[in-house]
Design a protein around this ligand. Structure first.
Ligand SMILES: Nc1ncnc2c1ncn2[C@@H]1O[C@H](COP(=O)(O)OP(=O)(O)OP(=O)(O)O)[C@@H](O)[C@H]1O
Length: 293
């Protein structure tokens, strides 16, 4: 066997491992996909890629022909006016739209080369690798400790659980505030603390991607700033995709920005600096400068 053949075989094994860990209910992560495509405008390796993605709610089309490549370990922001389909796109990535009866997805959306809409993909296994944080903090009515422990217990990852919980709370910049009250109810935390707890809960199970749907929009400016700092830190270890209404927030924290406009059209996707300083599209410039939307 030549060196080239061996390399090809190794890549094929990696692909199989990636696919297997999406199909299987075993929470293993598999190896990295050496074949993941490199995106046109993206500098990092592409982890999520949509091709000609259409989404419908009944007869209404919410997204049209979306082609997008999301790079690894960067923050990608989705911006655009209300109803343009940002959240719909986010929910496609970990198949949360499956929970909406009238939602229908056509086209392709791949995670590390595997179409997440293939019949053999287990959405629960997918969501273990692609976690999600919502607009309103939604801790369980349990203790702070039990909130972070929840996913670990359901996945039987209870070895060294105290250490994992401490580490997750530290990564979520919450540990110092809660280390002496882990047994207290999560519902007694402030809104900003609850949102950081939800982030700790999401990362405790070691996902590869964290999806965030307007994670700071219900928070005051100080809590928002803490979440923004946290998102930048998280991107060193995770791929972060964030929907935000707040253009300044997208400009501050993201590496890439996708601009969706009315009708579910992705009008421009590029480096965040380029989008905000010198967009290609007049419509994007008008939106960014507040002429509409
Ligand atoms: N569960 C649903 N049932 C029917 N239509 C829906 C549903 N969710 C979203 N839509 C429609 O799909 C389109 C896109 O909605 P989506 O929530 O993705 O937009 P958005 O850009 O995230 O909006 P916002 O910024 O207001 O949250 C809208 O026309 C919306 O009314």
């Amino acid at each position: 066997m030549t060196t080239e053949d061996m390399a090809t075989e190794t890549e094929a094994q990696h692909d199989e491992a990636e696919e297997e860990s999406l199909i299987s209910t075993d929470p293993g992560k598999g190896g990295l996909d050496e074949n993941a495509e490199r995106g046109g405008v993206t500098s990092g390796k592409t982890v999520i890629r949509s091709r000609d993605l259409d989404v419908f709610y009944g007869e209404t089309q919410a997204l049209q022909h979306i082609d997008l490549e999301i790079p690894e370990n960067q923050v990608t922001a989705m911006i655009g006016p209300s109803g343009c389909g940002k959240s719909t796109f986010l929910r496609c990535i970990n198949r949360m739209n499956d929970l909406i009866d009238i939602a229908r997805v056509e086209g392709e959306l791949t995670f590390k080369g595997k179409n997440v809409y293939d019949d053999d993909v287990d959405p629960v296994a997918l969501r273990r690798r692609i976690g999600m944080v919502f607009q309103h903090p939604n801790p369980f009515p349990k203790s702070i400790y039990d909130n972070v422990a929840y996913g670990l217990r359901t996945q039987d990852k209870t070895e060294n659980m105290d250490e994992v919980i401490e580490e997750s709370l530290k990564k979520a910049a919450l540990w110092d505030e809660v280390k002496d009250r882990l047994d207290e109810s999560a519902l007694d935390l402030s809104g900003g603390q609850q949102q950081r707890l939800c982030i700790a809960r999401a990362i405790a199970v070691d996902p590869e991607v964290v999806l965030m749907d307007e994670p700071a929009s219900a928070l005051d400016p100080i809590a928002t700033s803490q979440i923004e700092d946290l998102i930048e830190e998280l991107s060193e270890e995770y791929t972060v995709v964030i929907v935000t209404h707040n253009m300044q927030q997208a400009a501050r924290i993201s590496d890439k920005t996708a601009v969706f406009l009315t009708g579910g059209e992705l009008v421009e996707f590029d480096d965040t600096d380029k989008i905000f300083e010198n967009p290609e599209s007049q419509r994007v410039e008008d939106y960014i400068t507040g002429k509409f939307g």
